[in-house]
Write a protein that binds this ligand. Structure first.
Ligand code: A3P
Length: 345
């Protein structure tokens, strides 16, 4: 009798256990399929009436599925036609600033279902040889996308290259331009660190940052040093303003993108007239990397390459102070022109 009761109890426990596991599996599958279900949602209703510039949505799943395969070149002409895929000129370009966080910005914007990134820096407008190949060459470098999506590319050299504003203007005078900036001295040191690493990789020696940034004859800031010049943001921006009104630029706070990326991305979504689709779910802090990483869905996530987020060498504090004093008036002008103020000392 006792044996029979125990067997019955075991059976009940087994059924209950199976039910619990079944429910759990269902929930996991459901969360995983949310992305795929999103295109069925009445998106217009959720975001209010769509303005002319706004873009209908596709699920992130498309990014990792079909488009991903196409990007890798695994598609036939028939498939491309069938899915109505196109290679579109960019509607927005991240024009700089080098070491401002341009890669992080591009990758994070690519989390948006209506954005497709050009993975490589194309250097069309800053490289005479590439530019001579013509706009069709440039368009062919763009990834496949659905017609409702927007393509974004980033080439930080654009910001500082003399010829670029006019060339971009000739392609599209109403293009949207993104500039991501960091505190100028930190950016200059980051720039130096990248070059230093390149030299070290080739077993070469290199000067200390202090030696490059300060002119030994005058003991003043060496404005001939490229890493210093690039950080004089206002000088470069003024050249761009000869072609584009300030409304066509959006300034991203690169220091904040490191510590608190979501609000910065939301400002960009707004600037690009995109419905807000990037959420905290898409960004998670990775303590090992010390940076935010990207979560596309329950299965796919990634951090930026190790070359992003290098440890900077220690720099003499008197040199840092000198540089900060030097950049101060240029920063003031930059705040004034852009209408965005930063707490750069
Ligand atoms: P450091 O290497 O000086 O830390 P760019 O892509 O324009 O070259 O910029 C590189 C910088 O992006 C890095 O500079 C890093 O600080 C910054 N960055 C911002 N968000 C990041 C992220 N989520 N992961 C890695 N680096 C990030």
């Amino acid at each position: 009798m006792l044996f029979k009761q125990q067997a019955l109890l075991r059976q009940k426990l087994f059924v209950l256990g199976s039910l619990a596991i079944g429910s759990l599996l269902y929930l996991v599958a459901r969360v995983g399929s949310l992305d795929r279900l999103q295109p069925l949602c009445p998106i217009d209703g959720r975001f209010g009436p769509r303005s002319q510039d706004e873009i209908p949505l596709r699920a992130l799943q498309f990014k990792r599925g079909l488009l991903h395969e196409f990007r890798k070149g695994n598609a036939t002409k028939e498939q491309i036609q069938l899915h109505n895929l196109v290679q579109q000129l960019p509607k927005a370009i991240i024009i700089g600033v080098r070491k401002g966080g341009t890669r992080a910005l591009l990758e994070m914007l690519n989390l948006h279902p209506a954005v497709v990134k050009a993975s490589q820096e194309i250097h069309f407008f800053d490289n005479d040889e590439n530019y001579a190949k013509g706009i069709e060459w440039y368009r062919k470098k763009m990834p496949f996308s659905y017609p409702h999506q927007i393509t974004i590319e980033k080439s930080p050299a654009y910001f500082i290259t003399e010829e670029v504003p006019e060339r971009i203007y000739k392609m599209n005078s109403s293009i949207k331009l993104l500039i991501i900036v960091r505190e100028p001295t930190t950016r200059a040191i980051s720039d130096y660190t990248q070059v230093l690493e390149g030299k070290e990789r080739k077993n070469k020696t290199y000067y200390k940052f202090e030696k490059l940034a300060i002119d030994p004859n005058t003991c003043e800031v060496n404005t001939k040093y490229k890493a210093v010049r690039t950080s004089i943001y206002t000088k470069h921006l003024e050249r761009w303003l000869k072609y584009f009104p300030i409304e066509q630029f959006h300034i991203v706070d690169g220091d904040r993108l490191i510590t608190e990326p979501l609000p910065e991305l939301q400002l960009v979504e707004k600037f690009l007239n995109l419905p807000p689709r990037i959420s905290q779910y898409n960004l998670y802090f990775n303590a090992t990397r010390g940076f935010y990483c990207l979560r596309f869905n329950i299965v796919f996530n990634k951090c930026l390459a190790g070359s992003k987020g290098r440890i900077h060498p220690e720099v003499d504090t008197s040199v840092i102070t000198k540089l900060r004093k030097f950049f101060h008036p240029f920063n003031q002008k930059f705040y004034q022109i852009t209408g965005r103020t930063f707490n750069w000392l």
